[in-house]
Design a protein around this ligand. Structure first.
Ligand SMILES: Cc1ncc(COP(=O)(O)O)c(C=O)c1O
Length: 384
């Protein structure tokens, strides 16, 4: 069997060969512990981490490299931003504002904080999945501590108006956290221009390795207080204990540098490819609908509702040829309809008839659309 075509780049991406090449020495002769800089191996590892931190800070327009804190990924970065900043605060402000379509690593963390006494407002989104900054403004209260809004949605690809949100948070004196796991490496994000205080991301979403990510924390003008949520050796300025994942960090920096350099061209290509795949599918199945914002979207996203076709059955039918996801969260045996799709107005039934295609560097032409068309036509899953 040949390897199926990979169309699940929102879930993860493969390590780019150029990235792997830069990582390899740090699994071998350079694999010292950066916390032991007194000898050759430790110093080499420390220098590599310092270089990587600088590269990442430069790519995101940070004032200081030390504003980047390395974590095990966006989940941990989201937990650290939300829990750590609240713990570091005076406790006077209890209120968090977020949106109905955030990733579970934000929503579940806010549920945890709510159990500790925080109050959380989840603001809805429009039919395209965009949050209206006016709705956020109206949700602000004198005791609002933080607004947490994702940069790009992991199911429908919609981009949020981050600059406007950053501006309104700054004016209101409220912290702004952004889960940018789907956008870093794919969209040009500058922390200063966005006036963001915290920004979370994971390397494996932009062709870096899994298990490594970072939290940007504004360290100057003004410094945002933060307390650790992991305790131990005091790495990362005491804010994230644990031996640093040096090959992962080196790989993340390489992946981000390459992504930044190639972003414009790649996004133009993906945009055209997504449009071509959609046009072909629409020709065969006129009832198909594309979810998410037509203008403000990740170029690689195709969230498609196929009336009458059960997504889970289609995935099974095509799994030897194409790897893609359903639009529902499938963590449990009985998948719940996606909270994102429901928030943009889809019925439960439509949620189960929605697939998510994530295009990427491995997909060079729209030929995959033929496979999808054949799969949909052959699917013994037409409900009527
Ligand atoms: C929007 C968003 N936030 C956070 C995460 C969590 O990333 P990780 O699993 O790498 O910690 C993901 C991963 O799917 C995501 O899409």
């Amino acid at each position: 069997m040949s390897i199926p075509i990979y169309l699940d780049s929102h879930a993860t991406t493969f390590v780019e060969p150029r990235v792997l090449e830069e990582m390899l020495p740090y699994f071998g002769e350079q694999s010292g512990n950066p916390s032991s800089p007194e000898h050759y191996h430790g110093a080499a590892a420390r220098a590599a981490v310092d270089r990587a931190r600088q590269t990442i800070a430069d790519c995101l327009g940070c004032i200081e490299a030390r504003d980047i804190l390395f974590t095990a990924g966006a989940t941990e970065a989201n937990n650290l931003a939300l829990i750590g900043s609240w713990r570091a605060s005076s406790g006077q402000k209890q209120h968090f504002i977020t949106t109905a379509i955030e990733h579970p690593s934000v929503l579940a963390t806010l549920d945890y904080l709510a159990a500790q006494g925080a109050q959380v407002t989840r603001v809805g989104v429009d039919a395209w999945g965009r949050v209206n900054p006016d709705a956020l403004r109206q949700a602000l209260r004198p005791d609002t501590f933080m607004v947490s809004v994702m940069a790009a949605n992991n199911e429908i690809g919609t981009l949020q108006p981050l600059a406007e949100i950053g501006q309104l948070c700054r004016e209101a004196g409220v912290l702004f956290h952004c889960d940018a796991a789907q956008a870093v490496g794919h969209e040009a994000l500058e922390v200063e221009a966005l006036q963001v205080d915290f920004l979370s991301f994971s390397a494996h979403k932009f062709y870096g390795p899994k298990g490594v990510g970072a939290l940007y924390r504004r360290g100057t003008e003004p410094t945002i207080p933060l307390q650790p949520i992991l305790f131990g050796g005091g790495q990362e300025m005491g804010l994230r204990s644990g031996t640093l994942n040096v090959p992962g960090i080196v790989g993340m920096a390489a992946a981000l540098r390459i992504a930044r350099d190639e972003m414009e061209q790649e996004n133009r290509r993906l945009d055209k490819l997504a449009a071509a795949i959609f046009a072909r599918l629409q020709q065969a199945f006129p009832a198909i609908r594309r979810n998410g914002s037509p203008q403000h979207r990740l170029a690689r996203n195709l969230s498609l509702t196929l009336p009458g076709v059960e997504a889970a059955a289609l995935i099974q039918l095509l799994k030897d040829r194409v790897s893609f996801s359903a639009g529902s969260a499938c963590a449990t045996a009985k998948p719940e309809p996606s909270h994102v799709l429901k928030a943009i107005g889809l019925s439960d039934e439509e949620c189960y008839q929605t697939i998510r295609l994530g295009l990427g560097r491995a997909v060079q032409d729209a030929g995959v659309a033929e496979m999808l068309c054949a799969g949909i036509a052959a699917a013994p899953v037409f409900l009527d």
